[in-house]
Design a protein around this ligand. Structure first.
Ligand SMILES: [Ca+2]
Ligand SMILES: [Ca+2]
Length: 187
C-alpha cells in the first residue's frame, strides 16, 4: 500500500473515532448517517431534537447536515421535519449521479392512509434537499428499517428494506432507483 493512501486511511479512521466521541456527547441526536463523497469530503446527516414518540418510535424535529473537517463538525444546512416525525436517516447515491441522496424514515398520515412509517427520499441539489420520492409504501409491507448500501460496488447505492409482510412475516428486500421509481432486485 502506498504511504499517502495509508495516511489517508489513518486520517479517515481518526476522524471516524473522533466523530463517535462527538456524537456520544450529544444525546439529542435521534439518528445519524455518514457519507464520503468521491472527492474525499466527509459529511454527517442527523435527526436532532426529540419530538416525542409516534407509533412507539422516538422521533425528532430537525434534519441537519454537517461537513466534517479535522474531526470538527461544521454546520451546513437544516430543515424542519417536525411535522413528519423523522426517526431514521441514511445517505447514499441511489441514482449514481455522484451527488448524495437522502433517505428519511417518517411517520405520516394521509387522506387515504392511517399513521404509518413511510420512507421519503431526497436529492441534494444546489445546497438544499429536493423531494425525490415521498410515496406511501415501497412493496406491500410494514416498514421497519431502510439502509442504503452499494452491495455490488458499482458506485450506486441499493436500498435494503426490512419490514413485515401483510401476513406478519419478517422480510428483507432490495430495490434500485430508476425512472423516478423503485424496482425490486435480487441481491
Ligand atoms: Ca445522487
Ligand atoms: Ca450498487
Amino acid at each position: 500500500m502506498h504511504i499517502t493512501k495509508l495516511s489517508m486511511y489513518i486520517v479517515a479512521l481518526v476522524e471516524f473515532i473522533l466523530l463517535i466521541i462527538i456524537l456520544k456527547q450529544e444525546p439529542d441526536i435521534i439518528d445519524s448517517a455518514q457519507y464520503f463523497s468521491m472527492d474525499g469530503q466527509h459529511y454527517l446527516w442527523t435527526i436532532e431534537e426529540t419530538n416525542g414518540q409516534k407509533l412507539n418510535q422516538d422521533a425528532g424535529k430537525w434534519i441537519r447536515l454537517y461537513h466534517i473537517k479535522n474531526g470538527q463538525k461544521c454546520f451546513v444546512y437544516e430543515n424542519d421535519f417536525s411535522k413528519v416525525y423523522p426517526w431514521e436517516i441514511d445517505v447514499g447515491d441511489i441514482d449514481g449521479d455522484g451527488q448524495m441522496d437522502l433517505y428519511v424514515g417518517t411517520i405520516t398520515a394521509t387522506k387515504f392512509y392511517e399513521w404509518a412509517k413511510r420512507p421519503f427520499f431526497f436529492s441534494w441539489e444546489e445546497n438544499q434537499l429536493v423531494k425525490k420520492w415521498t410515496g406511501s409504501y415501497i412493496g406491500a409491507h410494514t416498514l421497519e428499517s431502510i439502509s442504503l448500501n452499494d452491495y455490488n460496488h458499482d458506485h450506486i447505492h441499493e436500498i435494503e428494506i426490512k419490514g413485515e409482510s401483510k401476513e406478519g412475516e419478517p422480510i428483507i428486500e432490495w430495490y434500485r432507483w430508476a425512472n423516478f421509481s423503485f424496482y425490486k432486485i435480487k441481491k
